[in-house]
Structures are given as structure tokens and as C-alpha cells.
Design a protein around this ligand. Structure first.
Ligand code: SF4
Length: 281
């Protein structure tokens, strides 16, 4: 049976007073919940939750101590994350790490981070290149697409034989390494927040909200979003817009998906053609 994953993202979900009821409500309906948290309040609230195969704490950790503390602009956060990850694993929760890569991050450093995450015993790491969005306070930290693809190729090369566990499909990893071309289909991963259903995806703000899911589907000008259709989308390689094409490829070309799963993404040679963009890198 089809059981969607519900990702509860932030801000920081653990500041919501009714978060346990929200999570339990999803679990009762047998939805898989990813609670995405910076982990700062998790130690305080952890006993309000019960370990379940349906519940995963997805802890935000953008790299090693120096990298993560600089990324969140607060000293000591990395150590707190590590200690709460250990605590949650000890208590029997499913735990993943959610890691975003930014500019000037050498592949060797990310590889060490992956080794550390595996030693910690997390289930997997969700990894993606930082999305370049116009309201971000720092504009010079984002990777351009070609830089992202080369970084992932270098990383995957360093990971050969290491059995790193990623929390994404092998086809998405292959896309990150520049071996696949996909068009974004943001309707495949809709976002709901306190303002309503966000158009067109959780990354873009200022595009408006629909009061109902049907309204989101019918009112959004979907053709205006994606690489080459909107300057805000041109640098985006984030998985949320690709869930649908990746799933469709997995279903229609299972041997292609299996091949990448068994061999890993290709790490050299020509990259797949890029969709035409509205900007120049
Ligand atoms: S490319 Fe897709 S997922 Fe990325 S910002 Fe644009 S609409 Fe959102």
C-alpha cells in the first residue's frame, strides 16, 4: 500500500507545543515521519516520544565541528548534536543526519564526516548541495551546479568500498554526480505550513499559498518553475522537486536503478547534458 512520508521541517519543529500530538497523529495513520531538527531541544523533549519504525529524527549537521558551528553561527552546537544523536540511538529511535554542502568544502573533509557519521551508527545521511535562494543572508556560500557535481563525484570516489549509507535513492546520487538529467516536478512533494499550501515548493518563498490541496494543484502555475523556467530555480539540485521523476525512473527502468545501486554513481567521464538555464554560471 502507498504510504507517504511526512517530513516535518522547520524553523525548528520542537518549539511547537503540540509537536508530540502531531507526530503521534501521523504515526497512528501509519505515515512515516521525518522530524527534522537542529537537535538543541531534543534532549529535553526526547522522552515525550516513543521509538517507532514510523518515526525518524533527522538531525541537521552540516559537517565536522568547525564547519557545522560556523554554518549555524554558534559555538558548541556540533558537540550537542553528537551527544543527542548517541542518546536517541541508545533509546532505540531511528536517527539520520541531514547534511547540506556549501562552497569551499573539500571532498576529503566530507568523506571524513561520512566516516564519522557511520561510526556514530546513524541509519543514513541525507546529503544535498545548498540551494541558492535569494533571501539567504550569505550569498557567497552556495555551490554552482558544476561545482556541486564535481564535489559529489570526488566524494563518491573517496567512498568506494566504504559502504556509506545515504538516505536517498541511488538515482538521485547519480544525478548529484552529474550523470542524469531530470526536470523538477515540485507537485510531487507538496508543502503545508501555518500559512497554507506553499507554492510551488518548500524552498521558494513569496510565491503565495493556497488554502487547500486542491487549490494548490489547480492554482499554481507549475509551468513557471524548474530549471530554465524561473531564475530562482536555475541552481537548484534539491531532491524535493525530483522525487516524482526519480520514482518514475525507478519503476520504468528498474535495471538502471539496480546498476547504479550495485556499482555506485559514475565518477569520471562526460557529464549528462544540463537543462538550459536563464543565468550564466
Ligand atoms: S527547481 Fe523545483 S524544487 Fe527547486 S526551487 Fe524550483 S520549483 Fe523548487
Amino acid at each position: 500500500m502507498w504510504r507517504p512520508v511526512v517530513s516535518i521541517a522547520g524553523g525548528e519543529p520542537l518549539i511547537h507545543k503540540e509537536m508530540t500530538q502531531i507526530v503521534n497523529g501521523y504515526i497512528e495513520r501509519k505515515k512515516f515521519v521525518y522530524l527534522c531538527t537542529n537537535a538543541l531541544l531534543l534532549k529535553k523533549h526526547i522522552d515525550e516520544y516513543t521509538p517507532s519504525p514510523y518515526l525518524t529524527f533527522s538531525i541537521h549537521l552540516d559537517g565536522n565541528k568547525e564547519r557545522h558551528d560556523a554554518s549555524v553561527c554558534l559555538e558548541g552546537v556540533f558537540e550537542k548534536c553528537i551527544s543527542v544523536i548517541k542518546l536517541a540511538i541508545e533509546k532505540g529511535f531511528r536517527v539520520t543526519i541531514n547534511c547540506t554542502l556549501f562552497q569551499n568544502e573539500p571532498a576529503e573533509e566530507v568523506a571524513e564526516f561520512m566516516d564519522m557519521a557511520m561510526e556514530l551508527g546513524v541509519e543514513a545521511v541525507t546529503i544535498s548541495p545548498g540551494y541558492h535562494y535569494e533571501r539567504a543572508p550569505k550569498q557567497d556560500v552556495f555551490l554552482k551546479k558544476t561545482e556541486s557535481k564535481q564535489l559529489f563525484r570526488d566524494l563518491f570516489k573517496l567512498g568506494i568500498g566504504k559502504k556509506w549509507r545515504f538516505n536517498q535513492s541511488s538515482l538521485y546520487l547519480d544525478f548529484l554526480a552529474g550523470n542524469q538529467t531530470y526536470e523538477c516536478t515540485p507537485w510531487g512533494n507538496p508543502t503545508r505550513n501555518v500559512f497554507g499550501w506553499q507554492k510551488p515548493c518548500y524552498l521558494l518563498v513569496g510565491e503565495g499559498y493556497a488554502p487547500t490541496f486542491a487549490g494548490l494543484m489547480e492554482e499554481t502555475e507549475w509551468a513557471n518553475y524548474g530549471t530554465g523556467k524561473n531564475p530562482k530555480c536555475d541552481n537548484c539540485m534539491v531532491h524535493c522537486g525530483l522525487k516524482l521523476p526519480l520514482s518514475m525512473t525507478q519503476l520504468s527502468h528498474p535495471f538502471k536503478a539496480l546498476g547504479v545501486f550495485l556499482k555506485g554513481p559514475k565518477t569520471d567521464g562526460e557529464m549528462a547534458p544540463e537543462l538550459p538555464t536563464l543565468y550564466k554560471e
